[in-house]
Design a protein around this ligand. Structure first.
Ligand SMILES: NC(=O)c1ccc[n+]([C@@H]2O[C@H](COP(=O)([O-])OP(=O)(O)OC[C@H]3O[C@@H](n4cnc5c(N)ncnc54)[C@H](OP(=O)(O)O)[C@@H]3O)[C@@H](O)[C@H]2O)c1
Length: 256
């Protein structure tokens, strides 16, 4: 579809879901991929199928300095990179009455702090190489108000704002920064609900204009678009990949 031949790409959270699909798509399009995450066995499972000499770096992005330290390890392992997919993230389902400061700190540490610190660690090397593409995986939780996810929605709103701000800071360096807002993507974070709540999967699909859940590949193809030169005149954009869930009314029969 698009090519990223001879590029070096980093995908955080590449052990499953959207990150796994993105790593596979970037490798298939020619990039050498650095896969990061906590679960080495899953990273090895993904890397075993990749053809362009993939690199695995185990990393927990929740502690302070984790993003900076991962960036330093990436530079040691492969040198400056061309593409960064900031995908690692956790959901945080907590209604306002039970949300704690610990919950808030955890979700912001992974979804926001480490995302930014990893980006700051890799940006200068990208600039030295003449530019690059940063793709932040946000969420439609930043575009519409989800129930029971105020902290999570806050992290993704921060991701969208940082996407635009860094696009401004680094545009003159040839670094493009864009964000993708997935809608309902059938990954591990939805597995319990999809398997255990009767009818939920169908009810949620019915609210989507395209009438189906998304899959990792649906997002990964847009990651590849932003990674490639096909998107060379786009930066600071926040794009929903959601089958129309955030902005389009789901078609419904008006009468029998
Ligand atoms: N699925 C959806 O419907 C949906 C919708 C909107 C946005 N998103 C966003 O898309 C991204 C990927 O979600 P997904 O659905 O693919 O989720 P997933 O299947 O749970 O994958 C999450 C990835 O992040 C990694 N990760 C989690 N905690 C981490 C930590 N403390 N340190 C380092 N890595 C960590 C996981 O690897 P390890 O567990 O091996 O560390 C895994 O590779 C997230 O940012 C999420 O917010 C998803």
């Amino acid at each position: 579809m698009y090519e990223v031949n001879d590029k070096i790409a980093v995908v955080s959270g590449a052990s499953r879901g959207i990150g796994e699909a993105s790593a596979r798509a970037l490798d298939a399009a020619g990039a050498r991929v650095v896969l990061t995450g906590r679960t080495v066995s899953d990273l090895e499972r993904v890397a075993a199928d990749l053809k362009n000499d993939p690199v695995i770096l185990e990393s927990d992005l929740s502690p302070p300095r984790a993003g900076t330290e991962l960036g330093e390890r990436i530079l040691d392992a492969v040198g400056p990179v061309d593409i960064l997919v900031n995908n690692a993230g956790i959901p945080m389902r907590r209604t306002p009455d039970v949300l704690t400061e610990e919950d808030f700190n955890l979700v912001f540490s992974i979804n926001v702090r480490s995302l930014l610190m990893l980006t700051l660690a890799l940006g200068p090397g990208m600039a030295e190489r003449g530019g690059g593409s940063i793709i932040n995986i946000s969420s439609i939780a930043s575009l519409r108000g989800p129930v029971g996810r105020v902290a999570y929605a806050g992290t993704k709103g921060a991701v969208d704002a940082m996407t635009r701000a860094l696009a401004a800071d680094w545009g003159s360096e040839g670094i493009r920064v864009n964000a993708i807002c997935p809608g309902l993507i059938a990954t591990a974070i939805w597995a319990d609900d999809r398997n255990n709540v009767p009818g939920l999967s169908e009810r949620m699909a019915d609210r989507i204009a395209l009438k189906r859940w998304g899959f990792g590949d649906d997002v990964a193809d847009v990651v590849l678009f932003f990674a490639s030169d096909a998107s060379r005149y786009m930066t600071g954009e926040v794009v929903a990949v959601d089958g129309g869930l955030a902005r389009v009314g789901a078609p419904q029969r008006l009468q029998e």
